[in-house]
Design a protein around this ligand. Structure first.
Ligand SMILES: [Zn+2]
Ligand SMILES: [Zn+2]
Length: 242
């Protein structure tokens, strides 16, 4: 299985078979032309392993990623078999190294993805627990709401009965008020008491002279005595005239 070779700059990782040309270094790294130009314009240092490179030593060369048939026919032409085999061996070693690096990178990506998947799975379980808890609370809330509605209906019924009883009680009180006769006025004792002759006190204007009272003055004395009696009878019985 052929493994596609990518630019060794982690942030780039372009697929070099699509790019057409690439820059290979003597430290067994390969870069797209953009990354190579941007890095080597600053310094001749490998962007991947920071190895110092020398242009005159062929530490950096351009290679055709999709060589034509003519290029394949002429690139190793004229070389001795030992050199041809040496070049091919080094090219295969370069490919194996890049393949191993790619596999390591893919393994690292897979591990990160698995860790993220585990984290997401845990978060999903927590989310599901929260959803279940929310559903449970929602069910409890609906039950409480139904109970509240039933209690409200019962309260309205009780209030209606209370209002009916209240109106009935007020009606009965009004009916008793209009049908009950008023209480009799208290009988004053003056109307029932019989006067005796002893109640009539003769009027004496002067103790030294004895006079026969005239009928008019005697009657006045009786009335005056009655007035005192009424006042004493209304206040206390101890002051009653014998
Ligand atoms: Zn690149
Ligand atoms: Zn390098």
């Amino acid at each position: 299985m052929d493994v596609d070779i990518h630019c060794n700059v982690i942030k780039c990782r372009r697929k070099l078979s699509v790019e057409g040309q690439a820059c290979v270094t003597s430290c067994s790294h390969i870069f797209c032309l953009d990354c190579a130009k941007r890095s080597f314009d600053k310094a001749l240092v490998c962007p991947a392993c920071k190895t110092n490179l020398v242009e005159e030593n062929d530490d950096m060369i351009l290679v055709q990623m999709n060589p034509t048939e003519e290029y394949k026919s002429s690139v190793l032409a004229g070389l001795k078999p030992d050199n041809i085999l040496d070049i091919c061996t080094r090219a295969i070693a370069f490919y194996e190294y890049q393949t191993s690096q790619e596999l390591s990178f893919q393994s690292l990506l897979q591990k990160n993805l698995q860790d993220k998947y585990k984290s997401l799975k845990i978060e999903k379980e927590k989310h599901q627990d929260l959803v279940n808890e929310c559903e449970s609370e929602k069910s409890k809330s609906q039950q409480l709401y139904q109970q509240l509605q039933e209690k409200s209906k019962q309260f309205q019924k009780l209030q209606s009965v209370y209002e009916k009883l209240k109106r009935k009680h007020i009606g009965n009180n009004l009916q008793e008020t209009f049908t009950t006769p008023p209480a009799a006025a208290p009988v004053r004792p003056m109307m029932t008491r019989q006067f005796n002759k002893s109640d009539i006190v003769p009027h004496r204007s002067n103790a030294s002279t004895t006079r026969i009272p005239s009928p008019v003055k005697s009657i006045y004395s009786v009335r005056s005595h009655h007035r005192r009696f009424y006042s004493s009878a209304d206040s206390t019985t101890s002051n009653r005239v014998p």
